[in-house]
Structures are given as C-alpha cells and as structure tokens.
Write a protein that binds this ligand. Structure first.
Ligand SMILES: Nc1ncnc2c1ncn2[C@@H]1O[C@H](COP(=O)(O)OP(=O)(O)OP(=O)(O)O)[C@@H](O)[C@H]1O
Ligand SMILES: [Mg+2]
Length: 348
C-alpha cells in the first residue's frame, strides 16, 4: 500500500521557481496523471517524489512517513524515465533483470519475473539484443519492463510512450492501465498528451509554469475546466474560446450573439466543437467558412470570429466551399464563461 502526500511542495533553483506550492494527497492505488506543456514542472515533481531532486519547500510523505531525507533506493519507487537510461553493454534480459539483482531478490525467481515482465510489453523475441540494436519504441518497452519487474509500491512514469508510434502507443497505453490495475500499484504518470491523460487517469493534475491549475477526474476537467488555460489544453480540438463583451444579457463579439446569464462587462466565452451544431435558420454565430477538415467520422468546420478560430463538428457528409456563410446554434446552456482578465471560470 502506498498513499503519497505532497504538502506544499516547492522547488527553486536560485530565484527560478520550477514547482510552486504543490499540495495533494494521492490515494493508494490511484492512477494520477500530471499534465501540462513543456517546462511546467512535471518531471521535477516526479523527481522530487523519487528522491532524485531535493525539495526546497514542503514535505513528501509516503504512507504517513516523511521521506524528504530518504535516498531514492529506500523509497520503493520505480521510475520510468523520459530518457530511458538502459545499460548499453547488457542485453534486454539483463537490463530487465538488473533491479532484481541490485535488490538482492532470490535469484531462483529472476527468470520467471523477467519473462513475465518482458511478455507484458511484447519483448519476448528481443531478450538477447543490446539496446543499440533496438528501435526507440523497443527501448522504451525495456524501460517499462524493468520497472514492472520490481513490483514496487509506486510507479513513476515520465512520458513512457513518447517514442512509440501511434498504434503501439494506444496498445501500450491500454497495457499500462491494465498493469497498474492488476499490480494494484499507486501510479504517477507524466504526459503532455491530453488524450493519454484522459484515457489513463483516475485524476488529472493540470500544471502551468510550476503551478497546479486544476485537479479532478477526466470528466470534471473536461466538463468544468477551472480556467481558460485548462479549457484550451483539454480536448481535441481544444475548447473554442472567444473574447467579447456581455451587454444586456447577450455575449457579443464579431459574428457572435449568444444570450448568457452574466453581468455586463468583458468576458471570454467557450464551447466545445461537439456541443454546437449547424443552425437551420440564423443561429448565434454566423460567419464565412474558414476551412473544412474531413475527419472520417465527422467534418470539422472552422470559422474566424472575434480574432479566434472556432471549430464546430458537423455530420461526416457535410460539404461546403471555403468562404460560404454558415450559421451555428450555440445554446446558452452549453457555454462556459470565464473572466476576461484572469481567465477564471465564472459560475458552476
Ligand atoms: N537543474 C535545473 N536548474 C534550473 N532549472 C531547471 C533545472 N531542471 C529543470 N529546470 C527548469 O524547471 C522547469 C520545469 O522543468 P521540468 O523538467 O520539470 O519540465 P517538464 O514539465 O517535465 O517539461 P517537458 O514536458 O519538456 O519534459 C523548466 O523551466 C526547466 O528549465
Ligand atoms: Mg519532463
């Protein structure tokens, strides 16, 4: 069992703040995903939990015990790095086996454990190869197997799928989710890919410039983003966001008029591409088509309004010319409102 508590954890290098005031309890067996753009502090947070980076402020607790001063090897945490750090002179088998040797695990169990772990990531046929003789994706799976074989209390995975091709990524993603469930291990997983976050996580932590923006289940984050940053980071495409003004209960921007339940003043309005639809007559947004994208299962229509590109998902059979006018129905109840200046969500 492993519950991890981060109590106001911070990391500074000189005056540069890498992670600010990270405060969260990660439940035993939870699958937590840290999500955010490059440089937002994901790896740094992981490295502090692993003990590879000193904490500048705050405390990290595992099962109620402060571990700030524990060496990485004493934390029972297995980390899969962004760069996978394999031993070049050992073959795949020996690389996977290495943690068992170091930890003095009964040698008679090694072969079984190594073969089970390598089978999980489909490396059975590559056990005799050296890392230099593997593709990037294969190396990444060796790193995964090496973490699995340890049967740790905590998995820390830093973009473990970043070098896999699209298809292998999806299947390995499913394997990881299944694995974490089967092994019943608390998992903290770093990615900048929001789809990976949505599909894997029990809870997602969205970070920006070292600061946590929102913590919630994938549904909460998707349905009720705390601010425009989260709204624009989650979803494919991201939420449509338009700057405008509310006047007499109507949100107005160029080509846009949507009744809203808000006080007068500047505001950012958002809605998701799949929530709006083509209007029969005149809808709330009317503008010339900027581009059409055929996605196979749908057609994505984009228009330019109020300085932003707005996308609406239409039927896969929809066709029109660029420049033709279209009108969308954007009902009040599907809209999200954000403060113009801070970007914070308004209302429920
Ligand atoms: N040793 C260091 N000294 C100074 N600054 C550092 C150091 N290590 C990381 N940083 C800075 O801290 C910030 C967070 O880095 P971190 O590696 O945690 O980002 P990340 O979210 O993992 O990004 P990526 O998605 O690119 O891996 C970055 O701006 C980085 O430049
Ligand atoms: Mg990183």
């Amino acid at each position: 069992m492993a519950e991890i508590q981060l109590r106001n954890v911070g990391k500074r290098w000189g005056s540069f703040v890498g992670v600010h005031n990270f405060d969260l309890t990660i439940a035993d067996r939870e699958f937590l995903v840290l999500l955010g753009p490059s440089g937002c502090g994901k790896t740094t947070t992981m490295r502090m939990i692993a003990g590879l980076e000193d904490v500048t402020e705050g405390e990290i607790l595992v099962d109620g015990k402060v571990v700030n001063d524990l060496e990485p090897k004493d934390r029972d945490v297995a980390m899969v790095f962004q760069s996978y750090a394999l031993y070049p002179n050992m073959n795949v088998y020996e690389n996977i086996r290495f943690p068992l040797k170091v930890r003095g695990i009964d040698a008679s169990t090694h072969d079984d454990k190594v073969r089970r772990a390598s089978a999980m990531v489909e490396l059975d046929d590559f056990l005799h190869r050296k890392p230099a003789e593997l593709s990037g994706g294969q190396r990444q799976r060796v790193a995964l197997a090496r973490a699995i074989v340890r049967e740790p209390n905590v998995f820390l995975m830093d973009e473990p799928l970043s070098n896999l091709d699209a298809k292998l990524r999806v299947s390995t993603r499913a394997q990881i989710k299944n694995l974490s469930h089967e092994l019943a291990v608390t998992t903290i997983y770093v990615t900048h890919d929001q789809i990976e976050a949505m599909t894997l996580a029990d809870r997602v932590v969205v970070m920006k410039q070292g600061v946590v923006q929102q913590v919630g289940s994938p549904t909460e984050i998707y349905d009720r983003p705390a601010n425009t940053f989260v709204a624009s980071f989650i979803g494919s495409p991201a939420m449509n966001l338009m700057d405008g003004k509310v006047l007499d209960g109507v949100f107005r921007a160029e080509h846009v008029e949507i009744p809203v339940d808000a006080l007068d003043g500047p505001m950012t309005l958002g809605f998701r591409a799949e929530d709006a639809s083509l209007a029969e007559g005149k809808g709330q947004i009317t503008a010339p088509i900027y581009t059409l994208e055929l996605l196979g299962d749908a057609t994505m229509i984009s228009v330019r309004v109020g300085g932003a590109l707005v996308s609406v998902k239409a039927d896969k059979a929809f066709r029109a010319e660029i420049g033709e006018p279209v009108s969308f129905s954007v009902p009040t109840e599907i809209c999200h409102l954000f403060e113009a200046e801070s970007g914070a969500r308004i209302g429920g």
